[in-house]
Design a protein around this ligand. Structure first.
Ligand code: NAD
Ligand code: SAH
Length: 415
């Protein structure tokens, strides 16, 4: 099938972005060179749905260097960068993705990449797996397995697996230490504030920031808000995470109370309606809300759209909604992932680690085809450790090694 992108003449700009990424992703560069020699994906078709910006493009080129036939789409209508999509097409990959597509076009692009009959699936949020299991089941026998990038995608896979409905093996990439410890925490922490700051151009110091959810992402978003000089309030449903937030020095309270105090609100829960009608009516005039969790239902934009007496487009990616009582609430990036809809997502050095996990897990799936004894797997510990050792070396850091005596001391019972 022919690629569907906005404009192939944008390819040069996309290639420049990818070159910057290449210079800052030593793990992927190392894997590209290795794969070019060993061709682990020769004869394999890979369908990929991940935010289509330059880091993702470099992952695609790494897999293509290993001999894979790549079929690529985005994983969110607002995170696709048209110049990057064009760059991949200029390198001979098949791409179905455009910025700001409708839900129908988004689904058509997912269907288009799957229609290649993939052997490996690389998914971010479960859209490829869902389409495959609901509308393209005839292609399932050709699938060796797949990899899932994010927390919410894994929650969906676990539900499918519990119900006995998952029909090919999937690797929980997010659960690797070299993924969530850095990507979810430091990646989301930095890129959410990058997205908010470049979109609003407002000061954070001295403001009150409410972070909903104190999981891996929430910890990072709160940590960076504090570093920017904000007062930080956490909302949670899990008492353990709430205590952790208290001990980390934040205030904790229900959203109904926090709504009255916040200047900025960031949801990172994977849940829905975390900020709802009641919360909007409690907010201050001018409150700014955004989401960095999975979907655009964490902040109940649907309610705002229905009940606002007027809306006003402000700067790019800021829409104001005026409530019947006269006050304005501002929503960034249509309530979609603020770091990707209003920015370039996580920094290159972070995606270098996440995507090295992806690339090595894809290789693992090919090498162990048909040998998996469960449908849902964790990233093999040796993959996590190999990436950690290499990354540490690229960071120019060294660590100690246990002596024989220390190993005995740590591992033997002494009885
Ligand atoms: P996590 O499970 O570590 O944390 C989620 C937290 O939210 C938990 O502590 C949970 O108790 C809390 N929570 C759930 N419902 C809540 C509610 N109604 N109110 C308050 N707190 C609630 O997950 P994570 O890895 O931090 O990921 C969070 C979300 O962000 C997921 O949807 C994930 O897919 C997404 N994610 C986004 C990015 C990004 O680039 N924006 C990166 C990684 C993950
Ligand atoms: N389909 C979902 C996707 C969840 S996004 C949606 O509706 O948007 C969460 C994932 O995005 C994270 O696990 C993170 O690894 C990934 N991500 C963050 N920054 C990225 C970037 N710059 N490039 C590609 N993926 C990125």
């Amino acid at each position: 099938m022919a690629s569907e992108i906005k404009d192939i003449s944008l390819a040069e700009s996309g290639m420049r972005k990818i070159e910057w990424v290449r210079r800052n992703c030593p793990l992927l560069t190392m894997l590209t060179e290795e794969f070019a020699r060993t061709k682990p994906f020769a004869g394999q078709k890979i369908a990929l749905s991940v935010h289509l910006e330059a880091k993702t493009a470099y992952l695609c080129l790494t897999l293509a260097a290993g001999g894979a036939e790549m079929y690529v789409t985005g994983s969110n209508p607002l995170s696709t960068q048209d110049d990057v999509a064009a760059a991949l097409v200029s390198q001979g990959l098949e791409v179905h993705a455009k910025y700001n597509v409708t839900p129908e076009e988004y689904d058509a692009h997912i269907r288009a990449v799957l229609s290649c009959g993939p052997n490996i699936i690389i998914d971010d949020g479960g859209d490829l797996v869902h389409m495959m299991h609901t509308q393209m089941q005839d292609l399932i026998p050709g699938v060796i397995g797949g990899c899932e990038e994010t927390t919410t995608g894994i929650i969906r896979l676990e539900a499918l697996n519990r119900e006995g409905k998952l029909r090919f093996p999937m690797v929980r990439v997010n659960n690797a230490m070299m993924k969530h410890l850095f990507d979810n925490r430091y990646g989301t922490g930095q890129s959410v504030w990058d997205g908010i700051n470049r979109t609003t151009n407002l000061i954070v110091a001295g403001k009150t920031v409410v972070v909903a959810g104190y999981g891996w992402c929430g910890r990072g978003v709160a940590m960076r808000a504090k570093a920017l000089g904000a007062r930080v309030i956490i909302t949670e449903i899990d008492p353990v995470k709430a205590i952790e937030a208290v001990m980390d020095g934040y205030d904790v309270m229900p959203m109904a109370q926090a709504a009255r105090l916040g200047d900025f609100f960031v949801t990172v829960t994977g849940c829905n309606k975390v900020i709802d009608e009641e919360d909007f009516s409690n907010m201050k005039d001018g409150a700014i809300c955004c989401n960095a969790g999975h979907f655009d239902c964490e902040v109940d934009i649907a309610w705002l759209r229905e009940h606002a007496i007027q809306t006003q487009a402000m700067r790019d990616n800021i829409v104001g909604y005026q409530l019947p009582d006269g006050k304005w609430i501002y929503i960034l990036g249509e309530g979609r992932l603020v770091n990707l809809a209003c920015g370039d997502g996580h920094p290159a050095e972070i995606m270098d680690m996440s995507f090295a996990v992806q690339a090595l897990c894809a290789k693992y799936l090919v090498e162990h085809k048909g040998q998996f004894d469960s449908m849902l797997m964790d990233v093999p510990a040796q993959v996590d450790m190999e990436i950690a050792r290499k990354k540490l070396a690229f960071l120019g850091k060294e660590i100690d090694t246990l002596t024989e005596e220390q190993e005995r001391y740590m591992n033997e019972s002494g009885l």
